[in-house]
Design a protein around this ligand. Structure first.
Ligand SMILES: Nc1ncnc2c1ncn2[C@@H]1O[C@H](COP(=O)(O)OP(=O)(O)OP(=O)(O)O)[C@@H](O)[C@H]1O
Length: 527
């Protein structure tokens, strides 16, 4: 989306839908010890304790109160709560508790997330609690082959000795092997369209995590498809292409209800939970979710909120000096985990290579961007989680929601283009009530625009970080003309061997433009 469009979308706050005008303010809610949480299943309590959790965070307490007990889940839930405030468990815990009370194996909860790594992270949370109450969690994210995924999701019938399972025989009972499915939209659609025995017929809970991101892209119309498949089944609403393909004895009949508040809606209805740190307030987007008496939960009065213990800092330098400032910062934190954000995939790749040229700085940096294939990305992320890599250089597309323990610093090497981008980047640190710092490197001409952005995110303080002149000088000593020539040569080789055609052309153009300082600055300022 272009900047103008995004800005316009952000301004649409003026046309907030009525139900968003009187939210539940989560900042007035206290944390709650597990011992005092009403109705908590003792087996879930034990599982939470094994995860190291002794109390619930405010957003988790608020959602719990609206979902557990009499009248629970009567309304759809919309949560706008800061990064790292624990939104995943806020939906995972009540869903698991409720499903545990009726132990019948069929797909009853679906959680949709925009990326594979994020979906796997959320699956880990469900996996930590669901088995304690006998529930099974599956994933449809494209991590394994489609056949591997199908065998994990669908239970094939036990046949008499000598009789083989025939996948085309519709008379055989195919049942779901999972109660809860965590999916990305693409793989979800593959299973809806092609997997025999995969059905949303029994679905009771739909979670759309990172809602604003998921609503921005249609992903093969996954949302209208899911909503259509969970409509009333007594009025012929299922289009033939989507006839559910489960042939087990178990049936869920959704009827057009005439009960108060449900007129014209199917009952039992699909309960929806939508969550983000930057939940859209755009009515034309929200309407796609077809929410039922939505209950809005937010933190504080402002639209966006940064984590409480996040410290924002800025560094102002000439564009060509950004690498020097960056290395000075990284050297001063030896061993601390850090994520560096850049403006594009190409920039991410180049900056990562550049950091690795500063060999004596001992910085182990890896790239995490849409320019890498999924398996490489997941491998780098795993190494970063384990602490084998200290620095992850990342583009924006994939880092939303990412939860990596021990990230104490985030650096905006390129200024974030939008307030939302700043929130999600900065939110990779200062999670779960921990302290963290977000540094932004700025050139003089960016200072005013950055101040405006800070106002939007509700930050009233972002002092200049006093970087030590001695450390800058020592790095400048490395950053000599001979270093530049050698780095330039290495970058050229790498770019020519790896970059797409466009990148190679840009580099050749730079190489023709004269002295090495100009060339290097161009290359680094592009990064
Ligand atoms: N009750 C709790 N006690 C201690 N730690 C918790 C609790 N709930 C969640 N956490 C931890 O807090 C961290 C952040 O949780 P989570 O990823 O759900 O945040 P989030 O609000 O979804 O963030 P984002 O908006 O960035 O996706 C995780 O590491 C999680 O393990």
């Amino acid at each position: 989306m272009g900047r103008d469009k995004e800005d316009a979308a952000e301004r649409e706050i003026d046309s907030v839908v009525p139900w968003m005008r009187a939210p539940i303010d989560v900042s007035n809610v206290e944390t709650c010890a597990l011992e005092t949480l009403p109705c908590l299943n003792p087996r879930l309590k034990k599982a939470l304790e094994e995860m190291g959790i002794s109390s619930l965070f405010p957003v988790q307490v608020s959602v719990w109160h609206e979902t557990i007990g009499p009248g629970g889940f009567e309304r759809d839930i919309c949560v706008n709560s800061p990064t790292g405030s624990g939104k995943t468990l806020s939906y995972a815990l009540p869903i698991v508790q409720i499903l545990a009370s009726r132990p019948v194996r069929c797909l009853r909860a679906l959680v949709v997330l925009p990326t594979r790594d994020l979906a796997l992270q959320v699956k880990d949370v469900f996996d930590a609690i669901a088995p304690a109450v006998g529930l099974t969690v599956g994933s449809a994210v494209g991590q394994s082959s489609i056949a591997g995924e199908i065998s994990q999701l669908i239970k094939t019938p036990k046949l008499d000795a000598g009789i083989c399972f025939d996948p085309d025989d519709l008379s055989q009972n195919l049942e779901s092997a999972v109660d809860i499915l965590v999916a990305t939209p693409g793989r979800l659609m593959d299973h809806i369209n092609n997997t025999k025995g995969f059905t949303l017929e029994h679905l009771r809970y739909l979670v759309v995590d990172e809602t604003d991101r998921l609503l921005r892209e249609a992903y093969q119309s996954w949302l209208p498809t899911v909503l259509q498949l969970t409509q009333a089944s007594d009025d012929g609403l299922f289009p033939t292409a989507f006839v559910p393909s489960a042939f087990g004895a178990l049936q869920t009949v959704r009827r057009q209800s005439v009960e108060r508040g449900f007129k014209g809606k199917p009952y039992p209805r699909l309960v929806k939970m939508v969550l983000s740190a930057t939940l859209t307030q755009n009515p034309s987007k929200l309407i796609q979710l077809d929410l039922h008496h939505p209950l809005f939960m937010t933190t504080g009065g402002s639209r966006y909120r940064l984590p409480e213990k996040l410290e924002c800092l800025r560094l102002i330098c000439e564009t060509g000096m950004k690498p020097v400032y960056l290395v000075a910062l990284l050297k001063s934190w030896e061993g601390e985990k850090c994520i560096i954000f850049t403006s594009s995939v190409e920039t991410t790749r180049r900056l990562c290579k550049l950091l690795n040229f500063f060999g004596d700085a001992n910085i182990k940096a890896k790239e995490y961007s849409g320019g890498l294939n999924q398996s490489v990305r997941s491998k780098e992320l795993k190494a970063f989680r384990k602490g084998d890599i200290q620095v992850l250089v990342a583009s924006d597309a994939l880092t939303r929601g990412m939860d990596v323990k021990g990230v104490t610093n985030v650096i905006n090497y390129d200024m974030p283009p939008f307030a939302k981008t700043f929130i999600h980047r900065a939110g990779r640190t200062a999670r779960a009530g921990q302290a963290g710092r977000c540094f932004t490197l700025l050139s003089n001409h960016e200072v005013r625009r950055f101040s405006k952005l800070l106002k939007k995110v509700g930050s009233d303080s972002c002092p200049i970080y006093p970087i030590s002149p001695t450390s800058l000088d020592s790095i400048r000593a490395t950053y000599t003309p001979s270093f530049l020539v050698s780095a330039l040569e290495k970058l050229k080789e790498l770019v020519e061997s790896e970059a797409p055609k466009k990148g190679r052309q840009a580099f050749r153009h730079n190489s023709r433009t004269g002295n090495s300082q100009t060339k290097f600055n161009k290359t680094t300022s592009d990064t």
